[in-house]
Design a protein around this ligand. Structure first.
Ligand SMILES: [Zn+2]
Ligand SMILES: [Zn+2]
Length: 135
């Protein structure tokens, strides 16, 4: 199967032509800060099966540690993927940018030792199709 993705502004588009493996909700402080959310949902994709189909010139790269980089859209700041030189055959896609159906499902919450104190993994929260009532 293949899956298409795009950043918030739409300038960067990607295509994944293979499976997305080992999908996790990562609660580590780096993922929290880089996403501004409780956790980042990341999945492993083979480099050979990952293509930036447009907007490569808009992609910025940030690395705090040598060899580990996070790639994002310089226009809208959407996180796109990350890479690690220690595993150069794979990238980690940020699943929130995917527009199509994803067959695979998250397998775990990771780095919960570092999770935000206010995050309790959605236990017991009501679910609404859109905004919460009263907004
Ligand atoms: Zn963008
Ligand atoms: Zn993380």
């Amino acid at each position: 199967m293949s899956c298409l993705g795009s950043c918030y502004c739409g300038q960067v588009t990607v295509k994944i032509s293979g499976d997305i493996n080992s999908i996790i909700h990562c609660h580590c402080s780096k993922c929290r800060k880089a996403s501004g959310t409780a956790y980042a949902t990341n999945g492993v994709v083979k480099v050979d099966e990952f293509e930036i189909t447009s907007g490569v010139e808009h992609i910025g790269k940030f690395g705090k540690v040598v060899g580990k980089y996070r790639y994002f859209c310089k226009i809208c700041a959407s996180p796109i993927y990350s890479s690690n030189v220690d595993d150069a055959a794979h990238i980690r896609i940020r699943l929130g940018i995917l527009d199509g159906e994803v067959n695979e499902r998250p397998m775990a919450h990771t780095f919960v030792d570092s999770k935000a104190s206010w995050e309790d993994l959605d236990a017991g929260l009501p679910r609404y199709e859109r905004y919460e009532p009263g907004r």
